[in-house]
Design a protein. Structure first.
Length: 319
């Protein structure tokens, strides 16, 4: 295709579709590119939360999203890293902070010196040389006061997915994105090229470029499932507990024999997501056993997750 892209149609819902539509409109709208969002009506699942890396904070500047809108509408809290528990066996922890670990010297990255010292018997963790990790543990943010450290201290966001999707939708309207109800849309293609979408109300959407943000458009064009892939996990259970006070500046990802649990502190609650992996088949995960949940029996998984989270929060106090 050599002709310029003048019309872009973004297909999908949730967070990905409005984010893509807004990014394209902000980047190319001044060139006359018309952007339509074919909204399938899908919304984030209840209790969903997102862990945004520092690059997301940079991307927000392109999107024109201010911090105040995220805090007010998406229960946003600062995210300076992720703590991983039990991923090397046992109860060992590692805080992967969004910043440098140590300062390079002798023309080598610090981590190479640390690795050599570790092999020689050093028992100090890599994160203890990271200013961002130390700040996150102490609940502090900002830049280093001593420029001699030369260590970057970056932050991303913890975000309520439903609120974040609403912020993106509002921004799309402000950026001139045309939003169309796309539930039940039918694609029409010529060989491998998508020509147009016909919406349930009879409206036809043609574009020079179609963006499929959730794979559902591919499924409509590929009813035999030739391009379909297996799900990444057997089961995903989401839940929420009352907020932590003070709120940690990092999320926590704890490994279990059959998957992992992620805890994400938001301004109004503690969000969680428990994952059970495919390759482990029908085995009970440690979480399933602790929840007293039988995968063969139907039940309110979210309610069980919430009860479990509240118990952990009351006995643990923090992440």
């Amino acid at each position: 295709m050599n002709a310029p892209v003048e019309r872009v149609a973004v297909y999908g819902g949730g967070v990905a579709a409005p984010m893509a539509a807004l990014a394209i409109a902000r980047a190319f709208g001044r060139l006359g590119t018309q952007v339509s969002w074919i909204d399938t009506g899908e919304t984030p699942a209840p209790h969903s939360a997102l862990v945004g890396l520092p690059d997301l904070a940079s991307f927000h500047r392109l999107l024109g999203l201010g911090d105040a809108a995220l805090i007010e509408s998406a229960s946003a809290t600062l995210n300076m890293g992720q703590q991983f528990v039990g991923w090397s066996g046992g109860e060992g922890t590692f805080l992967h902070a969004y910043g440098d670990a140590g300062t390079p010297f002798a023309m080598l990255p610090f981590v190479q010196h640390w690795t050599r010292a570790r092999q020689a018997g050093l028992r100090v963790a890599l994160e203890d040389f990271c200013l961002a990790a130390a700040a996150a543990k102490e609940g502090r943010i900002g830049e280093a006061q001593d420029p001699a450290t030369r260590q970057a201290v970056k932050h991303g966001w913890h975000l309520d997915a439903t609120g974040y999707a609403a912020v993106l939708r509002t921004a799309c309207k402000g950026a001139g994105v045309t939003i169309l109800a796309g539930a039940g849309a039918q694609p029409f293609a010529d060989n491998d090229r998508l020509l147009r979408l016909e919406l349930a109300d009879g409206q036809t959407v043609a574009a020079d470029l179609f963006v499929d943000t959730d794979g559902k458009l591919i499924e409509l064009l590929d009813p035999q499932g030739a391009m379909r892939t297996d799900a990444l996990c057997n089961r995903l259970i989401r839940g929420s507990a009352t907020r932590l006070d003070p709120s940690p500046l990092y999320s926590r990802v704890t490994a279990h024999p059959a998957g992992w649990v992620t805890l994400m502190p938001l301004a109004d609650r503690l969000a969680s997501a428990a994952v059970e992996l495919n390759e482990l088949g029908g085995e009970f995960s440690a979480l399933s056993q602790e929840l007293q949940f039988d995968p063969e029996q139907a039940g309110d998984l979210t309610a069980r997750m919430n009860t479990w989270l509240e118990t952990k929060r009351k006995h643990g106090g923090d992440l």
